[in-house]
Design a protein around this ligand. Structure first.
Ligand SMILES: C[C@@]1(CC(=O)O)C2=NC(=C\c3[nH]c(c(CCC(=O)O)c3CC(=O)O)Cc3[nH]c(c(CC(=O)O)c3CCC(=O)O)/C=C3\N/C(=C\2)[C@@H](CCC(=O)O)[C@]3(C)CC(=O)O)/[C@H]1CCC(=O)O
Ligand SMILES: NC(=O)c1ccc[n+]([C@@H]2O[C@H](COP(=O)([O-])OP(=O)(O)OC[C@H]3O[C@@H](n4cnc5c(N)ncnc54)[C@H](O)[C@@H]3O)[C@@H](O)[C@H]2O)c1
Length: 581
């Protein structure tokens, strides 16, 4: 005997997860206790019949009947009610009826719970906590039902808030694994690999795992290794910028987009809001595994521009890590602020999606945008990595104090462009222009118009950063042109600060970024330029295992991804070959 083996304690119950899906369960009684039992068995997908005189129905049971969630027999129990029944639950205030039902069930060998008569129960109920597919049941084996309830609540309070979501994600991953490795003899390897994933990835990471991540992760099953989430993240900084989207490949990958693409004979009407929205959602879904929900009356971001911009910021940060010799440190904790995140929360979503060690703060003054942003972050299980703040018009744009954040590595924003309602409409309708804008703009006034237009907005940011000084490292604001840059330079000069400014010419989104932290008298000899030269030897780590990841990539993504990364991507990065105002 090898031992030691567990002692037998006796006197307990056999606690099981009884599968009653589509089984016929009879509930006798329609009072308060019956109402609770009905919820339990409906949650387990049983087919439920309730028998009780209507006069004795409590409100909840009446509701279930009214909603047709259960079948209903309006009378007292009769023995024929047991025909074809798989399980019986009684909750009646009539001990004689209870006893009769119990005896009949024994004869027919139907498992039964007789609510107030424990000795006549084939099984007891327990106090249950439910979070998605996770269920925890506490039983005191008839000693103290109320205590069962108290213990259950204590256990539930101690659980991580995302445990149910993590279980859901693991369930999907397991099913996918069984598809790619179905063989019986794979069993031990499958189980061991699955256990290791659960052990090595945090709950947060498991929650964040998109289906796309799962596909990549499953590529590691064969060699029997467990990559970190970091190494399977889609790292924008390692990809070629979007230049031309292959709509046909996108249509092959995305059903909603395929419908629009085919209905319109492989042409896209960019002035049609629905087309624009479907395209945005399709690219986010297929390229980033980010499902989002967008209202019709708020800005719908064009993803290629936004993604290129976030990638550029990543490269800028990679090349300027304050405590490194210029390389990318995947462990580096970066915190950014998305000012006016909008309904899509696009910059925040992309930033978080592409770097696991980044966290974000996101603000918006518009309630509707704020609510949608929260929802989009929640859908993507990113709430634990973001601080969301609904701000007021007259509050700071960089509200460090309200966010309870010490320092920011960067701020990013898409400022409202227009000075007034009239200004906005004139521009969107193409007045004063030779042709109309190339695509529809569904932005609401609250996100498109502000005092001073985009210059006014970015000027506010710069002014705040001048007060915050080294609490903010980089400021980014699209919508700036050279003239604005000059006037900001003037402000900075006036405040006796020196800053650098970068401009991104590739997508023609002029951008000012400046550092308040490391001022240089002669920008041409700046440290950043110096560090840039070292880039090829300091490639992001995740770019190195692209070969193996490519195996499991979908056709659409594979077509867009760079061939194994070469140093030229970095050399090309606009942040690095920047110009000075
Ligand atoms: C877990 C839960 C599930 C559910 O009912 O769905 C459940 N009872 C719950 C609550 C509850 N029940 C009672 C009170 C009043 C306070 C108290 O007595 O403590 C409270 C508290 C309240 O209402 O808050 C009265 C009571 N219960 C039983 C009797 C008969 C007896 O003991 O003889 C009497 C009358 C006693 C008398 O007349 O003095 C018997 C049983 N109740 C059981 C389960 C089984 C044992 C489970 C276990 O021991 O763990 C068992 C044996 C059979 C069964 O029913 O399956 C549910 C928690 C729901 C939740 O989590 O919120
Ligand atoms: N196990 C537990 O956790 C627990 C907790 C509280 C109460 N109880 C016991 O459970 C029983 C039900 O409690 P309740 O609060 O739901 O009572 P209740 O008075 O709210 O409901 C009793 C229900 O039984 C129905 N009924 C009575 N005789 C019937 C018959 N012959 N056929 C069909 N339906 C009939 C009534 O119409 C009514 O809907 C009581 O005996 C009570 O002591 C058990």
């Amino acid at each position: 005997m090898k031992g030691p083996y567990p002692d037998i304690q006796g006197g307990g119950s056999l606690i099981l997860a009884w599968q009653v899906r589509n089984k016929r369960i009879l509930v006798v009684g329609g009072g308060e206790v019956a109402a609770g039992r009905i919820v339990n068995v409906l949650n387990a997908d049983a087919k439920v019949t309730v028998v009780s005189p209507r006069s004795g129905l409590n409100d909840e049971v009446a509701y279930r009947i009214d909603q047709k969630q259960v079948e209903y027999i309006d009378r007292k129990f009769e023995p024929s009610d047991l025909d074809g029944v798989d399980m019986v639950l009684t909750a009646v205030d009539d001990p004689e009826a209870s006893s009769q039902i119990f005896k009949l069930c024994k004869e027919k060998r139907i498992p039964a719970n007789i609510a107030d008569v424990p000795p006549e129960c084939d099984f007891y109920f327990g106090s249950v906590h439910r979070d998605g597919p996770l269920q925890i049941m506490v039983s005191t084996n008839g000693n103290g039902p109320k205590l069962a309830n108290i213990v259950r609540r204590q256990i539930a309070d101690g659980l991580p808030s995302n445990i149910g979501a993590a279980v859901t994600r693991v369930g999907i991953l397991r099913r996918k694994l069984r598809k790619i490795a179905p063989a019986q003899e794979e069993g031990p390897k499958r189980m061991q690999w699955m256990s290791k994933v659960c052990e090595q990835w945090s709950l947060d990471e498991l929650c964040e795992m998109t289906e796309e991540d799962m596909e990549e992760l499953l590529g590691y099953y064969k060699p029997n290794t467990i990559p970190s989430l970091e190494s399977i993240y889609r790292d924008l900084a390692t990809l070629s910028p979007y230049e031309k989207t292959d709509f046909q490949l996108l249509a092959n990958a995305n059903e909603d987009f395929r419908q629009i693409w085919e209905t319109n004979n492989h042409k896209l009407d960019f002035h049609d809001p629905e087309t624009h929205k479907t395209l945005t959602k399709a690219i986010l879904q297929e390229d980033f595994g980010l499902p989002i929900d967008l209202p019709d009356d708020r800005l719908c971001p064009p993803i290629p521009n936004r993604s290129n911009y976030v990638a550029w910021i990543q490269r800028l940060l990679d090349s300027t890590a304050p405590n490194l010799q210029g390389g990318y440190d995947p462990q580096r904790q970066v915190i950014g602020l998305d000012i006016g995140t909008g309904a899509s929360a696009i910059y925040t979503l992309l930033s978080l999606r592409c770097r696991p060690n980044w966290t974000m703060c996101a603000t918006d003054i518009d309630k509707k945008s704020f609510d949608y942003a929260s929802r989009n972050l929640a859908i993507n299980n990113m709430m634990t990595r973001v601080k969301l703040l609904q701000t007021l018009q007259d509050q700071p744009l960089i509200p460090l104090q309200y966010l309870a954040v010490e320092k920011l590595d960067f701020t990013i924003c898409n400022p409202p462009f227009f000075l007034s309602h009239a200004d906005m409409h004139a521009s969107l309708e193409g007045e004063d222009r030779k042709r109309k804008p190339p695509a529809v703009c569904t932005g609401a006034e609250v996100e498109m118009v502000c005092e001073g237009g985009d210059l006014g907005f970015v000027t506010r940011i710069v002014n705040e950063s001048l007060v915050l000084r080294d609490k903010v490292t980089w400021l980014h604001g699209s919508g700036l042109d050279k003239e604005m840059g000059r006037s900001l330079e003037f402000r900075r000069y006036a405040s006796r600060e020196r800053h650098r400014s970068y401009r991104r010419h590739r997508e023609r989104i002029p951008t000012i970024s400046h550092s308040l932290q490391i001022p240089h008298t002669n920008p041409k000899r700046s440290r950043h330029r110096h560090l840039t030269a070292k880039q090829p030897t300091n490639l992001p780590r995740s770019s190195l295992d692209m070969g193996s990841r490519k195996e499991v990539r979908g056709q659409y993504r594979r077509a867009k991804r760079l061939e194994p990364l070469v140093s030229s991507t970095h050399e090309k990065a606009p942040a690095i070959s920047s110009q000075w105002w």
